[in-house]
Design a protein around this ligand. Sequence first.
Ligand SMILES: Cc1cc2nc3c(=O)[nH]c(=O)nc-3n(C[C@H](O)[C@H](O)[C@H](O)COP(=O)(O)OP(=O)(O)OC[C@H]3O[C@@H](n4cnc5c(N)ncnc54)[C@H](O)[C@@H]3O)c2cc1C
Length: 416
Amino acid sequence: MANLSQYDVAVIGGGAAGIFTAINLARLQPNWKVVVIEKTGKLLSKVKVSGGGRCNVTHACFDKKLFPSYYPRGASLVKKTVHHFFTTDTIQWFNERGVELKTEDDGRMFPITDTSQTIIDVLLREATRYQVAFKLQTAVESIKKNNHLFLIQSDKGELIQSTYCCVASGGMLNERALQWLAPMGHSLISPSPSLFTFNAPNHDLVKLMGISVPAVRVKIQGTKLVENGPVLITHWGLSGPAILRLSAWGARWLQEKKYQFTIHLNWLEGQGWNSTNLAAHFDSQRLLQPAKQLLTSSLFQLSKRLWAYFLSAAEIDEACRFGNLTAKQKNKLIKLLTDQEIVVSGKTTFKEEFVTAGGVDCSQVELGSMESKIVPGLFFAGEVLDVDGITGGFNFQHAWSSGYLAAKSMADKPLH
Ligand SMILES: Cc1cc2nc3c(=O)[nH]c(=O)nc-3n(C[C@H](O)[C@H](O)[C@H](O)COP(=O)(O)OP(=O)(O)OC[C@H]3O[C@@H](n4cnc5c(N)ncnc54)[C@H](O)[C@@H]3O)c2cc1C
């Protein structure tokens, strides 16, 4: 047959999950011929741009029971994969190969060099060491299984035959992107973007862009979705960890709503204020310090600009003193501080880290091995599965964990 090449294992996709699968498999089975098929001319291109060019490799969470709770979709799969390859294994794997990781205050882990090239270099060095073959600029167009062998056809008309096949082709941007896999009988969950910021470009608050408040409670109206954490005001709306986490947990619902929804913010959540104790506080200030100006009293650890904005939004004059504060002004200020309502209109993709929810339905995959329940010998790893984590290194950890498990499961099988 013209243009036929034969391998023991073909890995489709040269991203984090595909390369990690190939390296670990070739290490466990040094005599097997392993090839990575990549449609673009570059390997690990997302690793390169990840974490703002620093690559947030994993998250400093060392509790296997807690870890899956960071995945809005696919937690049951993650629960199994981290049993085989956890964050501690990631740290050790890179460490044994000369790459030290450091932990930032928020738990994100990066190479100490602060450049993603360090991660790319070590992965490509290991691939060379274990003689992983690569076919670049080769897009898989179809895949069939005949007589225990996979026959993979590329856009160049090339045929690649393999005993086992691992699909690690990444997130689906649209339903058509994975159509070549459909004849294998796998159901695909339709894609929804995750990890985005909320747009409210016409809201007065955006004039305060750049201000960040460390502990805000944000709730999406009409849902049970609530997050506490830092919120950053941007020139188009709101960002920061609390917003990104909400975008991940609400990815499907927010897509259904076409990103038109309302949020409620308690800007003082971190300091324990609510409408009741805040009302009592203003009443006591009125009695104890009636001559004190609201604008200059350093209340609530908010920045001066943000405090001035709240006073103005509550129609409180800059010269207003506690003694002159009317009940209407007080109530409006309390509402703004503890339950500000903002109408969101649209989303902006978070540039630092972006994933797609959706992909291969996890219920059709053996969670303990990553092997298809429908086609024996077919494996999956990484974002192609309907698995996604919140921001902070969880998406790469899923790539490492699922890739390692797929590699180990294939290595444990015989070659026939
Ligand atoms: C800008 C950005 C920054 C990010 N930063 C972080 C971060 O710091 N930490 C974190 O945990 N996560 C981060 N993520 C998410 C993370 O990058 C992904 O979850 C991860 O790369 C998924 O790895 P993967 O190998 O499954 O898929 P991918 O990295 O998408 O790799 C899949 C590969 O398959 C190839 N392919 C697709 N279809 C075919 C085909 N038909 N034939 C052949 N090849 C094919 C693609 O070209 C691609 O190279 C970031 C994402 C983005 C976009």
